[in-house]
Design a protein around this ligand. Sequence first.
Ligand code: COA
Length: 153
Amino acid sequence: MNNLTIQKLKDKKEIPWSLLLLADPSKKIIEKYIYDSDTYVSYVNNEVVGVYVLINLSSDTVELKNIAVDGQYQGKGIGKQLVLDAINKAKSKGAKRIEVGTGNSSLSQLALYQKCGFRIIGVEKNFFTKYYKEEIIENGIKCIDMIRLAIEL
Ligand code: COA
């Protein structure tokens, strides 16, 4: 989308919770990382349409922790623009690697990340059944394991 702008959130009071909860159904888990990370909000005509969050995992590795696009705006290329922007932001922070994790059942997210250059690097077995109380089902598949992906920058 041409008229998309992306800005780093300055005031944590303006955290777009409803968007973040699209990507991660647990507010408790989001609260564990959101205050120690950089949140980037995207706008179309001053309306908040998307978000992504970057956190430093180590001195040279950044994790794309949460990414979401408002339902009305999904499927228009915004998610891809946000992932590519996150990769560029990680590079400009001096990171050597960017990682992301998603569910074994998150088929379109796995497609999106791989189309943006991420490669699968591992599986965190039973992550979702261990840390999430509610069962997660997507595409008729139970979400059990976290698939980890990364790009060497
Ligand atoms: N097979 C192949 N490609 C697929 C696919 C599939 N099943 N599903 C999606 N894609 C591709 C699209 O074709 C597109 O690639 P292209 O531009 O090369 O054609 C890309 O994935 C994503 O499209 P885009 O329109 O940029 O995505 P979006 O704006 O809808 O945003 C999400 C994607 C995931 C951020 C959005 O759907 C969302 O907010 N979902 C809920 C929150 C979430 O799940 N976040 C991720 C947590 S890990």
